[in-house]
Design a protein around this ligand. Sequence first.
Ligand code: URA
Length: 283
Amino acid sequence: MGQRPFPPLPPAHNLWFMESGLDTHLDYHAARALLEWQVELGVTEAILDVPVNRYDLPDTGPKPRRAASAGATAAPVVQTRSVDPVAEARKAAEAATDLDGLRAAMAGFEHCDLKNGARSLVFSDGNPAARVMVIGEAPGRDEDRAGKPFVGRAGQLLDRMFAAIDMGRDAQMSAQSVYITNVLPWRPPQNRDPKPEEIQMMVPFLQRHVEIVAPEVLVLMGNISCQAAIETRGITRLRGKWHEAFGKPALPMFHPAYLLRQPHAKRQAWADLLSLKARLGQG
Ligand code: URA
């Protein structure tokens, strides 16, 4: 007989949903599945069934302060504080001295809205002593669930690509290992493209990540990674040519997700992997 992983919650704790004017009684598991589906679609806020008129609520917020020298008619002083998220990110990133510190600094960064809709902060995978650091775009659904970069279909292809040149994230020897991260540590809703300002505010963390890991070379997977690291897009033109990013030699390549959609481009990706291997052979 099939058993649920958890016993159903007592009726008092079950959830009720209003649907089309009808009360539908859902048990905990059904309600949770519905909620997860909505998060999957990009829902980031819950609203109540009945609108709230916040003008009618008692005012418990801070009162505007009056200027000290002004008379009774003086206008209230409204305190505005404009935060520069890129400067904040730079300050937080530069204070980090190791990977744990950097992860904590990113977890404490409150200026990127993507954080609110994501389940996990996806930081990195692989060997931090690796000679090669791969920079992808952002976590997708599978990565958000696993808390690790490149674990879905694109990630499996990435692993096969590196295995073809005898390298991989699980290799113990630094000569064979790769270290993997993304420009953004949080999944964008519905896997939309990251916005330019989201990329910009996370670049200081990426730069510090490269400084701390100190790999010999970077591999920039796709346009978002190129935008963040070399401030240029146009992967078809950029791929296969060595650039410099964050003071390291950097090789733009087609993103594995693109290769899944356009398998004919794997020939060029293979040429790029051979270029990477040749470069490492010179080291
Ligand atoms: N695509 C990326 O760029 N990064 C991931 O972690 C997964 C898919």
